[in-house]
Ligand binder design. Structure first.
Ligand SMILES: NC(=O)c1ccc[n+]([C@@H]2O[C@H](COP(=O)([O-])OP(=O)(O)OC[C@H]3O[C@@H](n4cnc5c(N)ncnc54)[C@H](O)[C@@H]3O)[C@@H](O)[C@H]2O)c1
Length: 333
């Protein structure tokens, strides 16, 4: 099979590309390199069946050509990260909504199965624990920019499911909870890479709010296995699945763990949300996935603990061979 991976040079997309190549498939990565990096996939260049096209998912003619040349689509391209969403709200909304519309239309034209990565953010500020796929969403006001990401991703889900409803286009929605592992950048507000970088540099580890908010972190390898299995399963079509890990940790506890694993010298500093983001920033206290549905369909069981995730991220950050690779010699389909 040849798969199109939009956002394939990003953190999760690069691991997915590697996994599909290892399974003997071909991949075409469509990425505008906005938050993704060629370095994430440089080690794959030259492998049989590997190709990249640097372009945007908002370009209909390009997307049409890519979808026509592949048999199935993993649609990961998106503006990602709370920092980016707060700083660049127009780009966030346009990329998510317009890009997904373009990709879905092309998939509908060629009848290609498509798996779309959505986010646990769509549950909004609901305080329910754990979140089940059919739960109500509770999105904040439109005057609070951070909710644009959740709302745009929810609209993507509606649109994908509408294609399924109207024409039985094979769509799958994977609602990812916090996904972590090697190659994730801390630049856009992702907490674990940021903490690890601060800890290794001996700088203060900055915890936003009082640190009592909790999160559940899944290793990217577990998440990628789930995405592949969902794409392969005939009964996943037209459905939404939580994907993540239900092991819960408070952000303050996470900061302490990272500190002790990175030398133990960094002070832990609490930073008010209003200083970290903007006045009126809203955060969720807990965000725990109910994984019953995906477990029942594909037998999904995350196999890597938070300690393993932290060990992998720290090992990668300490590896001198991780220096940026040279720029690509050719970018082509
Ligand atoms: N990492 C997480 O914890 C997490 C959680 C929930 C959902 N997700 C979803 O998973 C997907 C992948 O996220 P990630 O963590 O790998 O982030 P990432 O930023 O590393 O990957 C996104 C990729 O999309 C590319 N992209 C952005 N706009 C584009 C455009 N207009 N055209 C083409 N490419 C474009 C970026 O360059 C990047 O390579 C996203 O859809 C995201 O919403 C991730």
């Amino acid at each position: 099979m040849r798969y199109l991976i939009t956002g394939g040079c990003g953190f999760i997309g690069s691991h997915l590309a590697e996994r599909l190549l290892d399974d003997g498939h071909a991949v075409l990565l469509l990425d505008d390199l906005s938050t993704g990096r060629f370095e994430n996939v440089a080690h794959l260049e030259g492998r049989a069946g590997f190709a990249i096209l640097v372009a945007s998912v908002t370009e209909p003619a390009t997307v049409d050509r890519c979808v026509a040349e592949c048999q199935a689509v993993f649609h990961l391209a998106s503006a990602v990260g709370v920092r980016l969403v707060v700083d660049q709200p127009v780009r966030t909304i346009e990329t998510i909504v317009n890009g997904t519309d373009v990709v879905l239309r092309a998939c509908a034209r060629y009848r290609r199965p498509i798996l779309l990565t959505s986010t646990s953010e769509v549950y909004g500020k609901s305080t329910k624990v754990p979140f089940v796929e059919t739960d109500d969403t509770l999105i904040g006001p439109t005057t609070t920019r951070r909710w644009a990401y959740a709302c745009a991703k929810a609209l993507d889900e509606f649109l994908a499911l509408a294609h399924w409803h109207e024409s039985r286009l094979p769509v799958i929605v994977a609602r990812l909870f916090n996904t972590v592992g090697p190659r994730q950048t801390g630049r856009y507000g992702m907490v674990i890479p940021r903490f690890v970088e601060q800890g290794l540099a001996g700088q203060p580890i900055t915890v936003y709010g009082d640190g009592h908010q909790t999160r559940c972190f899944a290793h990217v390898a577990d998440v990628v296995s789930a995405l592949v299995a969902l794409m392969d399963h005939p009964h996943s079509r037209g459905q939404v699945f939580n994907v993540g890990n239900s092991e819960e940790v408070s952000i303050l506890e996470l900061a302490h763990r990272v500190r002790s694993l990175t030398g133990g010298i960094s002070p832990i500093r609490l930073v008010p949300y209003s200083e970290a983001y903007t006045a009126g920033f809203e955060d969720m206290l807990r965000r725990v996935p109910d994984l019953t549905k995906i477990r029942q369909l594909i037998g999904y069981q995350p196999s890597r603990s938070l300690d393993q995730i932290l060990a992998d991220v720290i090992a990668e950050r300490c590896d001198p061979s991780r220096h940026p690779a040279p720029a690509p010699s050719s970018l082509e389909i």
